[in-house]
Design a protein around this ligand. Structure first.
Ligand SMILES: *Cc1c(COP(=O)(O)O)cnc(C)c1O
Length: 383
């Protein structure tokens, strides 16, 4: 039995007075309708924050990826390249549209889509006349992918890049906001993300005509006439006005949340790095990570496994998780093609076996963090 009654979660929501005030205004004005003024305001504020021409507020990040793929013209029989080391939501929309994913490994320096594996895969696809309709580059755990190299490889074959920035809102790449470097960028406001609306997503782009189309599809593809008329199939994908109100409050504290997550990361690293083969996810030189989650790895020869540490923390009612299981290993994607980083480096499988995510919430107290560090140290010292 646990001695600590209050569970420490991996990445819990962290809300304050701004959010409450915005939501109270919604109640007072009775804008509980699906549409309302906060939707538009949240879109505008997000677009301004990241420096995009426009944004569409949606019910989830997965919905945003679905719409981005459809905007790229993805349909039955097509292929889409996607990072393998990621959450399933990055790739399921490929199948929603009847297309097939091809998975690309990550590079060790950023843990994101390997430009060299991508180049190889594109070249092979070019020879077979099977150039993908789009590439989904995921920005993992708060860090951007090497977008210049990715864009260069994709430009050669005129393939649009969708940036899955669900985990990297607030990160930068060569001074630009994460999520604004591809043709489309996708954010998530799921409950575990750096800021949340309990559930939600955002699609951003420089192409405002494409965003208008996405907004149309997201509202059941209602043609602009008074009676209900539909000439295309759409979805019910809009973010509600109430949730957009929470989002506006959360956006005000995003910079603070990034600083808090980075401080959590630094505290873990200062206490644990180098001990018994512990290393931390690197920060690539091309940008700043938000350290959405603190992820550490154990040396391949280590007698301790991530599961040992996860189990020890769980006994104290503390949540920790393995690194994402690569999508090419998921039963639902059995048989899909996969391109490793190099002949002698299958990075996503390697890091899946050796990595774990520690509680990283921006509201995690120093006392709780010290407890976590202590438990991790005690497992490491057992050997
Ligand atoms: C959370 C997440 C998504 C999906 O976002 P939802 O809002 O939960 O649909 C997609 N990709 C990545 C990398 C994520 O972490």
């Amino acid at each position: 039995m646990s001695t600590n009654p209050k569970r420490i979660y991996l990445s819990p929501p962290h809300l304050g007075e701004h959010e409450r005030k915005f939501v109270e205004e919604v109640f007072e004005s009775n804008w509980i309708a699906p549409c309302g003024p906060n939707q538009e305001a949240f879109e505008k504020e997000m677009a301004e924050y990241v420096g995009a021409a426009g944004a569409v507020a949606l019910s989830s990040g997965t919905a945003a990826i679905h719409l981005a793929l459809r905007l790229c013209g993805v349909g039955p029989g097509d292929t889409v390249f996607c990072s393998s080391l990621t959450f399933i939501g990055s790739a399921t929309p490929i199948r929603f549209l009847g297309a097939e994913p091809v998975f690309i490994d990550s590079e060790p320096s950023s843990w994101n889509i390997s430009p060299q594996a991508l180049e190889r895969a594109l070249k092979e696809a070019g020879h077979q006349d099977r150039v993908p309709k789009a590439v989904i580059a995921v920005n993992l755990y708060g860090q951007n992918a090497d977008m210049e190299a990715i864009q260069k490889a994709c430009d050669k074959y005129r393939v649009p890049v969708i940036e899955d920035a669900a985990e990297s809102l607030g990160a930068t790449y060569r001074g630009k906001a994460s999520g604004t470097l591809g043709r489309f960028g996708v954010y998530s406001f799921n409950g575990n993300k750096i800021i949340t609306t309990s559930g939600g997503g955002m699609l951003v782009s420089q192409d405002t005509a494409a965003l208008d189309k996405a907004r149309y599809w997201a509202t059941q593809a209602r043609d602009p006439v008074l009676h209900y008329e539909h000439s295309e199939l759409g979805y019910n994908y809009r973010m509600s006005n109430v949730l957009a109100a929470i989002g506006r409050g959360q956006l005000k504290v995003l910079d603070e949340r990034i600083a808090q997550r980075r401080a959590v990361f630094d505290r873990y690293r200062n206490a644990l790095e180098g001990q018994h083969g512990v290393r931390f996810m690197p920060e690539a030189a091309f940008g700043t990570s938000t350290r959405w989650l603190t992820v550490l790895t154990l040396d391949s020869g280590s007698p301790v496994t991530p599961q040992d540490i996860i189990a020890a923390l769980d006994r104290e009612n503390i949540e920790a998780r393995p690194v994402w299981k690569p999508l090419h290993l998921q039963p639902v994607f059995k048989g899909c093609a996969y391109h490793p980083h190099a002949d002698n480096c299958n990075f996503s499988e390697d890091v899946f076996g050796r990595g774990l995510c520690l509680p990283s919430g921006s509201s995690l107290s120093e006392t709780d963090q010290d407890r976590i560090i202590h438990i991790v140290q005690s497992v490491l010292k057992r050997d």
